[in-house]
Design a protein around this ligand. Structure first.
Ligand SMILES: Cc1ncc(COP(=O)(O)O)c(C=O)c1O
Length: 447
């Protein structure tokens, strides 16, 4: 097998997607960088998409890609799903922006509350970032405490309070593993925000207990993803999560679970799989069926202040009829059978690639829950990743880049950060195709 070199792979990528590069340069006259989301950059530039259908997107370069990215996991039904399209078109026929609530919002609320027993009340926003911010306000209002805690490697959207210690770059992880020091991931984060945020290490209950006990008097909440996504795929151990639940209860700290990505793990979310009951849950992505949405839900008593008008929550487009109609249609498609299909596809990818890599001695692992998986080129076959610092320690960035570009050159589009998200638009053909090309690329990288 010919060895794959980064330079050659990037050169082919740039040639294939030359129109996207030209488009970016043109748009960059108006939008800095050419688009309004930093993470869209895929190596040299983002790929501009013309349209999508089912498991595929077509770029303006005339290339059809099998989409293993799915907008960072949001489009779980695939693209242009007929049930979602019909729901949006039907909703749009009645108009789409009023200073009055429309019926879809309440219906989506009911569907979510029925799936997540911890969610007795819920309020919507246009993004999970806004929902994550609302969670902090609700937590502070109910506890009378000021500071918040989040995990190193945890991503909860773009708000200042969360833009700390999320990415696996060595210079951004100061402090010893058991005592991380908060560092901003963006310019422009005010000093006082840093002082109000406590950063916790993933899967280290002893360290978390020590840190939380010392800070509890002024700590309103702990925010966690059960499986981290944007900061690198790290699954928290079930026992660790149970320990954190007991500890936060004992210390009067609210536990907020961010299920923006992990809600796609199961019919009752990942909290259902873990059997954990948070005080508050942040949602987004999946619940909008591909439309912009976010939501914060939780114990009824935590929202009583909201009902009385003391915890202010608003947004011109909150509960938007097109987004909530799409969300209803999406959740109705996502029955138990749909989750079983997604899980089976994810399991097949993990088993096939990990078994083959172990046999061949390739230092590549793919892991994660359900249909959102992380992959890494690591220091040895079968490496386990237990914290975002492990990604730094054991992963080979150049090989990760070769994989992402070459898979795209071959027609399969992963997330650049070493992740894939499956959709219901996929079937055996797409999974087989992905596996075949992935083995070819892994073999070429490891030569
Ligand atoms: C776990 C998690 N929380 C919150 C967010 C923010 O969502 P949004 O982009 O809708 O603001 C994201 C986005 O990727 C996420 O992965």
């Amino acid at each position: 097998m010919a060895r794959l070199e980064l330079g050659d792979v990037v050169a082919r990528f740039e040639k294939t997607f030359a129109k996207s590069l030209a488009r970016r340069q043109e748009v960059a006259k108006y939008i800095p960088g050419g688009y309004s989301r930093h993470p869209l950059t895929f190596g040299p530039h983002a790929l501009y998409v013309e349209r999508g259908s089912g498991a595929y997107v077509e770029t303006i370069d005339g290339v059809k890609l099998c989409d293993f990215h799915n907008n960072f996991s949001a489009t779980i039904c695939g693209h242009d799903h007929p049930a979602i399209r019909e729901a949006v078109v039907a909703a749009a026929a009645n108009g789409f922006s009023y200073g009055n609530p429309m019926p879809h919002e309440g219906e989506l609320a009911r569907l979510i509350c029925e799936r997540l027993p911890s969610v007795e009340r819920i309020i919507f926003s246009c993004s999970a970032s806004e929902a994550a911010l609302a969670a902090l306000r609700i937590a502070r209002a109910n506890t009378g405490r000021n500071r918040i805690a989040k995990f190193e490697g945890g991503y909860h959207g773009v708000a200042d309070d969360y833009m700390l210690s999320l990415h696996p770059f060595p210079e951004l992880f100061p402090g010893p593993p058991g005592q991380p020091i908060p560092v901003p991931n963006s310019a422009g984060i005010p000093r006082h925000v840093r002082e109000n945020v406590v950063v916790l290490p993933q899967n280290d209950l002893e360290a978390c207990t020590r840190i939380l006990k010392a800070q509890a008097h002024d700590l309103a909440c702990v925010v966690m993803e059960l499986q981290a996504g944007a900061g690198g795929v790290i699954m928290l151990d079930k026992e660790f999560v149970a320990g954190m639940r007991a500890l936060t209860k004992e210390l009067g700290i609210l536990l907020v679970i961010d299920e923006t990505i992990t809600f796609r793990a199961g019919y009752h979310g990942m909290q259902g799989i873990y059997g954990v009951t948070p005080d508050l849950t942040i949602l987004g992505k999946t619940i909008g069926g591909g439309m912009p949405i976010g939501a914060i839900g939780g114990r009824a008593d935590l929202f009583e202040m909201g009902e009385a008008g003391f915890v202010y929550h608003s947004g011109t487009h909150h509960g938007h009829p097109l987004a909530t109609a799409a969300g209803i249609a999406c959740l109705n498609v996502l029955d138990e059978a749909a989750y079983a299909k997604l899980d089976a596809m994810g399991q097949r990818i993990k088993t096939t690639l990990n078994t083959w890599c172990a046999e061949q001695g390739h230092p590549f692992v793919i892991y994660g829950i359900g249909s959102h998986l992380g992959y890494e080129f690591c220091d040895r076959p079968g490496r386990e990743y237990r914290s975002c610092r492990d990604i730094l320690r054991y992963s080979n960035e150049e090989r990760m880049q070769i994989f992402a570009f070459e898979m795209t050159n071959r027609g399969y589009f992963p997330m650049y950060r070493g992740q894939i998200a499956l959709s219901l638009g996929m079937g055996d053909g797409e999974i087989e195709g992905f596996l075949g090309e992935a083995m070819g690329v892994i073999g070429g990288v490891a030569e």
